[in-house]
Design a protein around this ligand. Sequence first.
Ligand code: ZN
Length: 255
Amino acid sequence: MKKIWAAPLIALFLLLSATTLLPETRWAQIWEKARSTWNYHALPLYFAAYTPPVRAAATTEKIVALTFDDGPDPRYTLSILRILDEYHVPATFFVIGQSVREYPELTRLIFERGHALANHTFTHPGVETLTLPEYNQQLSRTNQLLQQISGLQAVYYRPPRGIVTAEGMEAARQQGLQTVLWTVCLENRNCPTPADMVRRAVARTGPGAIILVHDGRLDRRKSVEALPMLLQTLQQKGYSFVTLDYLLQQQPENM
Ligand SMILES: [Zn+2]
């Protein structure tokens, strides 16, 4: 019996010896290596409290949610709002904070037309290099603007280019945001025409899908042209467009 008690004591002694033997810089290196390998897949091991990013909802109902990234942009957002009105489709707009600051009226119009506003960072940075404080700033500045415009607290966040990092997950958690990715993106480099874009997107859309379209930043003329075709085709196939809120009330399908 005595030997069994001795085992953890010996282990503790060895651990304590190791911590005193290794120089502090070496521990810093070990810590840095562990931290840099904390990609999303390792996160659940460390933080069971994280809500994983959502890509789709698990449902057999023919419902899908439409989302827009990178606006508001006066070149495209107004045309898109008109198309959504025409097809009676609600959408969620993941907006860039600095564009919201530049175009508050356009942002307000999105909200007044019955669509939801969500967070897509303040400057659309390369998020891989953001520290936690920088990430928090990106999200909180945008949240504040959205709160001023709609009176509502933003609920959803989408990282630029869908890149999920440990800092991003932690910042989103601190800001009370659920990270939402997508199932299918309308824009694709292998689709030269709006018709190609629609064909590809429709083929990849199933019940519970989250569809991503872009309404800003780059040249989105093809997206605007493709949008009515996309909505019409999916509605003809029996799909209903629902809000992200409604879609995610179904069982979410995570990464
Ligand atoms: Zn984006």
